[in-house]
Design a protein around this ligand. Structure first.
Ligand code: 5GP
Length: 190
């Protein structure tokens, strides 16, 4: 997506550990008009795939998924919770996710009330790096017996190979900008 590439090149900065910071429009301040363009682009790419629910993971995915969902007939957004929030009741699906940015492992949960075998799920998240968050979400979808229609990421860091893993597993993956390298603090986009 050309406008996204331009925005990353204009606003993005590279932090130690191959972390791309895009706080001005995605990860701290959210540019709503731009997120609507991103939602429309996901809707265009996933047209033809059945989607009745959007799934993401707290915290950074929530705002993005909520805006994108409006481009999928206002499909409900379910976000996997980091399980310390024990104000969840009933039957839960659990998965373990290692955080790339925080270097912690958390148990993420989703209630079977909100993810069931009737659901055709599109996963939306901000970044795809090593794919650990994605693997955790897939685990939740499988445990809930739901169908995974596809996964949409705003930014994929190709050099961390999470995308290779998902595509080799036969999952439909759409990334709106693909970063080839952040070496020497230079952003190279495919
Ligand atoms: P993965 O599990 O694929 O290694 O990493 C995915 C998660 O880590 C994303 O949801 C995102 O929150 C965070 N992340 C990974 N790489 C970056 C990055 O370069 N910049 C930012 N801001 N977050 C990242």
């Amino acid at each position: 997506m050309e406008q996204l590439k331009q925005r990353i090149l204009e606003d993005g900065t590279v932090k130690p550990g191959n972390v791309l910071k895009v706080d001005s429009f995605l990860n701290h301040q959210i540019d709503i008009a731009f997120m609507n363009q991103i939602g429309a682009e996901f809707a265009r790419r996933f047209a033809g795939s059945p989607v009745n629910k959007i799934l993401t993971i707290e915290a950074s995915g929530i705002g993005i998924a909520a805006i994108c969902a409006q481009h999928f007939d206002n499909a409900p957004v379910v976000f996997a919770k980091k399980s310390k929030s024990l104000n969840l009741d009933g039957d839960l699906c659990h998965a373990r996710v290692e955080s790339f940015t925080h270097k912690t492992v958390s148990d993420v949960v989703v209630s079977k009330k909100f993810l069931s075998p009737d659901d055709h799920v599109l996963v939306i998240d901000d970044f795809l790096a090593n794919g650990n968050a994605a693997k955790g979400i897939i685990d939740l979808v499988e445990k809930a017996g739901a169908e995974l229609s596809g996964m949409g990421f705003i930014i994929e860091k190709a050099f961390q190979h999470g995308g290779d893993y998902l595509r080799n597993a036969g999952i439909r993956v759409e990334s709106l900008a693909i970063i080839e390298s952040l070496d020497n603090c230079e952003i190279k986009i495919r």
